[in-house]
Design a protein around this ligand. Sequence first.
Ligand SMILES: *Cc1c(COP(=O)(O)O)cnc(C)c1O
Length: 375
Amino acid sequence: MREIQMVDLQKQYSNIRSEINDAIQKVIDSTAFIKGPEVTEFEKELQDYMGVKHVVSCANGTDALQIAMMTLGLKPGDEVITTDFTFISTVEVVALLGLKLVLVDPDPDTFNISPEAVMKAVTPHTKAIVPVHLFGQCSDMESINKIAGQYGLFVIEDAAQSTGADFIFSNGKKQKSGTIGDIGTTSFFPSKNLGCYGDGGALYTNNEEFAIKARSIANHGMKIKYHHDHVGINSRLDTVQAAILRVKLKYLDKYNEARRNAADYYDKAFASCPYIVSPRRVPWSTHIFHQYTLRIKNGKRDELKKYLSEKKIPSMVYYPVPLHKQNAYRYLGYKEEDFPVTNALCSEVLSLPMHPEIDTEQLEYITQNVLKFFE
Ligand SMILES: *Cc1c(COP(=O)(O)O)cnc(C)c1O
């Protein structure tokens, strides 16, 4: 059996090696390293895939969030509501821009932001809500957009973990994750569902004004060379990375399907184990399983992790410490008991190996060992 990885980028590369190598070689031959034609081509192809009017590429997913907040003109003191259970990027840029970070507890079954909690956190100073589609499944966007509409708030979707997932409206209409709010952001970090071979990111929007402003901010705040309309940043997607992403975008649906099949295998294997809660699948979203995250209910998550690692099965805790307990964010003044859900999740969650290349032999070995631990 091939050694099990959380994400098997080597195997994936070996399957598409000549296509990738050709794409990279072509960029090097052209020496158009910055803003080469592949960047625009990739943006267009991603626009078509996402069914969105504008894709603005940038250097990484953290920058994408920052550019989104700058584009919406958020000012120091404006309140931004997001979840206590996410990767640090989401809140980092809020703090860096001098905005007021308002954290809320997620829903324990979906790991995503809870619309009820958002509703309670709205004040006259609230300007934006940032739902994060954690682990590959959309937040309840219909409820979030409703709250936003009611109070005149912007919605920025952090879709770094959900590239390719569909949000399903109650009338049955489907729309890609990241294209439902005012602006969506994503990351092409290598381990993401659509990952490049370095850093990369993008913003999605159907609003032309936002698209023009975001593109300008990502490029030193200029539209015309050396004329600066906004305070900007330098955040570009490399041409080499765009060329790689053009190859990988063609396989994205296939990759996501393979992840779903692996998740089905896990679900079935764990269905009868009383100590394991498999990830909930909601009716309003397809799941693209950026992570397959269990909740371990007998208090032995850390022992299970250790047991698996002895069997050469990697696993990860996303995330071990809630944001409100991070040293950098203590200034917010939250108390431990403000977040019963994240406190519990951080001691229960365990993500198992999940990638399109995982095979049945590996899945069988992983699931048998997990079940053996609970015998
Ligand atoms: C990966 C990720 C980002 C951004 O990542 P970069 O490394 O900056 O590309 C933002 N939010 C979430 C939830 C992520 O998982």
